[in-house]
Write a protein that binds this ligand. Structure first.
Ligand code: SF4
Ligand code: SF4
Length: 138
């Protein structure tokens, strides 16, 4: 079975003294990742910021991110994520009917279950929920 290939858009933030660290070199050589730099903002006196897209085997990509973090580089995801606040949800099921991806289902206890992997971030559930239980965040 071949390894799962994933892509992630990230923002790396690091202190000026780390500006010399050959980040992309290590990501390519040590973790076998394809690195696509989308934007770079590095000045000698200020915090450096690098927006990039990484592509590679899931495990290697995760190890690459751990490598960055172990070097005191802050890694933020640029991907949007849907958050479901269970505290606000009253399990009315309204959102289930509008989710074409079937990422929202009522389970055997009539509780809403969010299946993250199926979500395509269309945002429709955010609009229909009367309790504002969904939030899309970066
Ligand atoms: S519409 Fe809102 S309150 Fe109703 S089940 Fe969905 S998330 Fe919960
Ligand atoms: S954002 Fe769209 S796909 Fe994701 S759970 Fe909500 S309705 Fe379903």
């Amino acid at each position: 079975m071949s390894a799962e290939i994933v892509k992630k858009k990230l923002i790396l933030s690091f202190s000026p003294e780390l500006a010399e660290l050959p980040i992309t070199y290590h990501l390519v050589k040590d973790f076998d990742l394809v690195v696509n730099i989308l934007r770079a903002q590095i000045s000698p006196e200020k915090e450096g910021r690098l927006m990039l897209e990484l592509e590679g085997e899931k495990g290697k990509l995760e190890r690459g991110i751990s490598y960055l973090q172990s070097n005191k580089i802050r890694v933020d995801s640029l991907e949007k994520e849907l958050f479901h606040d269970k505290e606000l949800c009253v399990n009315c099921g309204l959102c289930v009917g509008v989710c074409a991806s079937r990422a929202l289902v009522l389970d055997e206890n009539d509780e809403l279950k969010f299946i993250k992997e199926k979500c395509v971030m269309c945002g429709i559930c955010v609009k229909v929920c009367p309790r504002r239980a969904f939030k899309i965040e970066l």
